[in-house]
Design a protein around this ligand. Sequence first.
Ligand SMILES: *Cc1c(COP(=O)(O)O)cnc(C)c1O
Length: 359
Amino acid sequence: MLPQEVLQQAQQQLLDYQGSGMSILESSHRGKAYEAVHQEAQANLRELMAIPEDYAVLFLQGGATLQFAMVPMNLLGKNQVADYTHSGAWAAKAIDEAKRIGSVHLAADTSAVRPARVPLPAELALTPGAAYLHITSNETIAGTQWKTFPNTQEPLVADMSSDILSRPIDVKAFGLIYAGAQKNLGPAGVTVVIIRKDLAQRVGDSIAMFLRYATHIKENSLYNTPACFAVYLLMLFTRWLIKQGGVSAISKRNQEKASRLYAAIDGSSFYRGIAHTDHRSQMNVTFRLPTEELEAEFVREASACGLKGLQGHRSAGGIRASLYNAMPIEGVDALIEWMKDFEQRQGKVRFAGKSQEVA
Ligand SMILES: *Cc1c(COP(=O)(O)O)cnc(C)c1O
C-alpha cells in the first residue's frame, strides 16, 4: 500500500515535473531534476534511520532476491563460512542461494517449529570467525518477526524487506541491511541496500562489476540507469514518513494496529493465530479459520467489500493481513469489524480449543 497523498503528488507532477516541461519518467538519470530526487531519497533514509557516515545507501535492482546472491558473492570468502538462520520461506531462499556460492552453516533452524517462530539470539550456534550472520528480520509469509537482534562479533546481515522503517533499529548493529522497496518503502523496482563501506572491499576481481557493492558505492548508485521512477516514489514516500513524525511515530501506530488485530483474533474461537505469541509480526498478521472452505469464503467476501489482499501466501494458505507503514488504523478497524460480522454469520463451526497447536 502507498499513502494516498504520495499517489496524488505523483499524479499531479506526472506530466510536468516542477515546471521542467517534462515528466520525471522522461528525465535523464544524469539530469538536474533526477539528481535532486536521488539525493533527497538517500538523505531521507539517512535521516529516518540515523544511518552513520561510514555506511552507504544504495538503490539497486533485482529485488531482495538478487541480494540473496550478492551478499555471499561480496562478503563470503573462499575459505570462510557464513552463518545463516533458517526461520521460514524467505530465509530458505537466501540460504539456498548462498550455498551455491560458498560454505553455509545453519546457526539455528526454526523453520519446522509450530506455532511458527524465529530463533532467539541465545539459541544461535555461531561459527568463530564466520564471514557474517544472516537473518530475516520479518518472515512475511509465516508472520513472525525478530524482537531483539543478536549482538555478534561477525557482521550481521538482515533481509528487512517486510519491516524496514516500521520500527526503530540501530543501524550500527548491522553490517548490511537490504530490502525490496515494494512492501514498506514504495513501489516495486528498487532495492535499498545499507552497507558498512569497509565490507564492500572484501570482494575479489572475478566478480562482475555490476554485482559488486563497491561499484555502486563508487558511482553513488548511478553506475547504470537506476529505476528512476521507483526512486522518485521512494523519495515521496520517505518525505511523507518524515512528515508523519518519522520511525518512532509510525512504530507506535504499527504497534497499535497489530495489537488491535491480534486482540480480535485472541478474543474469538473462530479465528486462530499462526505465529507463536512471542514472535508475532507487527507487519503480517497470519491466522486461520476452522476450515479451508471458510477461509476461501472469507477472502472472497472481504474482497467484494473492499478489503483486498487477505489471502495467505500460496505456499502457506490461511489469511494474512499485511499492515505495512502506509496502512492507516482505520483500515485495521474496518477489517476487525468485518471479521466480527463474518463470524456472526458463519461462526457455527469452531476450533475445538484455543491452543496454538495448529499446523
Ligand atoms: C518479498 C520478500 C522478498 C522478495 O523480494 P523481491 O523484491 O521480490 O525479490 C525477500 N525477502 C522478504 C523477507 C520478503 O518479504
